[in-house]
Design a protein around this ligand. Structure first.
Ligand code: SF4
Ligand code: SF4
Length: 394
């Protein structure tokens, strides 16, 4: 087992786990599947055992023990059964940055060839077509057809100050088309000089990083940086929290990065967006990669509170404590049933608020919540925040 994928801090973190079990109370996967091996503590203890077998005192004296195939298989299954929601890290009294640790452990497992084989298709799609679907990358802008009053340049300019990085899900899944459609309409209405990259936008790399293929993501990262520079862009705006977080964490470039909620709030504060009054009882779901991973909690709430007629109510678990909707960490590919059971819990919490609307700022959360609500026959109105804003703009 090659530990070079782990930083010295991560190796210390594995050793530092006190087995206190605080993380167990918050892990959404463990709440569904009560298996010790699947919870954060169980994963860390399993890794500790592997490290001891290969690098401990016994290994130094008598040679490294061979790792058992069934143990590695089980470990891989447990590591990939995770939404990367980051709740465990937030609650850990010894501050183990577990989200980063899970990503590094996936790299270790990829190196050993112990990972879910359906991730190979994802890798193939992203590396050959530069998007998660495997469709031609020039079809990224199909959603533009639904934009009213589309200008001749179709928002694909030679040069611009801002770029809107749309992301794979909003570009290719018709269910999410309203997200970029509403956002470009707002940007156009208020006169922002922005461009899209069109077919030159490549997947941000998050699906590869989230699967453990870190090395393979580097070409995508470099390509996207170069494409932005070519257009003279100084700021990049994202509607996808995972793209936003990935650019923050893994892109060695100094663009200003905004999530759509930052940008909409800035437009409100600059007096460029005003609202008409419309009554609605609304709750907000914090996407894991925007909330816990990026620390963005207030901007979407400030937007909703700025709207006259909107009564805002919080979910029982909100902000840092907001539960994953089940759509995170590639769980949809690994164990869709488990993802759906997390989504059902989320819908029950939304219903308990009495809100008519649930607003969020992530296309994946929209897909997960909306699909599960339909299956449960719950009449829930789910919208991305830019759609909700556009409908109420004066
Ligand atoms: S990141 Fe979330 S799902 Fe994964 S182990 Fe931690 S709490 Fe559980
Ligand atoms: S909360 Fe932290 S120290 Fe406690 S068992 Fe979980 S990972 Fe280990």
């Amino acid at each position: 087992m090659d530990l070079s994928k782990l930083t010295p801090k991560q190796i210390l973190e594995i050793d530092a786990c006190t087995r206190c079990g605080e993380c167990l109370r918050f892990c959404p996967i463990y709440s569904q599947k009560k298996e010790e091996a699947i919870n954060p503590r169980g994963k860390i203890q399993a890794m500790k055992k592997f490290i001891r077998a290969q690098y401990g005192l016994w290994a130094k004296l008598f040679g490294a023990k061979k790792l058992k195939e069934e143990e590695l298989k089980k470990f891989s299954e447990m590591i990939y059964h995770c939404t990367l929601c980051g709740e465990c890290g937030l609650q850990c009294p010894v501050s183990i940055d577990s989200r980063s640790l899970w990503l590094a452990l996936k790299e270790v497992l990829v190196d050993l060839h112990y990972y879910p084989k359906n991730l190979d298709l994802l890798k193939k799609n992203v590396l050959s077509q530069y998007n998660i679907t495997g469709e031609d990358n020039t079809l990224r802008t199909g959603w533009l057809e639904g934009v009213e009053g589309l200008p001749v340049h179709q928002y694909q300019k030679e040069k611009a100050e801002y770029a809107f990085f749309v992301g794979c899900v909003s570009s290719y899944y018709p269910m999410a088309y309203k997200i970029p459609q509403s956002f470009v309409t707002i940007l156009d209405k208020v006169g922002v000089d922005f461009t899209l990259l069109g077919g030159a936008e490549w997947c941000c790399g998050f699906p590869l990083l989230g699967a453990g293929f870190k090395k393979e993501a580097q070409a995508l990262i470099q390509h996207n940086i170069d494409a932005m520079k070519e257009k003279g862009v100084h700021s990049v705006i994202f509607s996808c929290p995972s793209c936003y977080h990935t650019w923050h964490e893994s892109y060695p470039a100094d663009f200003h990065l905004y999530h759509s909620v930052h940008f909409i709030l800035k437009l409100i504060q600059d007096g460029k967006i005003q609202f008409k009054e419309e009554k609605a009882k609304v709750t907000y779901h914090d996407p894991c990669d925007l909330g816990r991973a990026s620390g963005v909690y207030e901007a979407p709430r400030e937007i909703l509170r700025a709207m006259p007629g909107v009564e805002f109510v919080e979910l029982a678990d909100h902000a840092e404590r907001c539960k994953c909707c089940g759509g995170g960490g590639l769980l949809e590919m690994i164990d869709p049933e488990l993802g759906a059971s997390l989504a059902k819990e989320k819908i029950k919490q939304i219903q308990a608020t009495g809100a008519d609307w649930v607003i969020t700022a992530c296309q994946q959360c929209i897909r997960t919540i909306q699909t599960t609500a339909r299956k449960m026959k719950v009449p829930l109105k789910v919208q991305y925040i830019t759609e909700f804003v556009l409908k109420r703009m004066a």
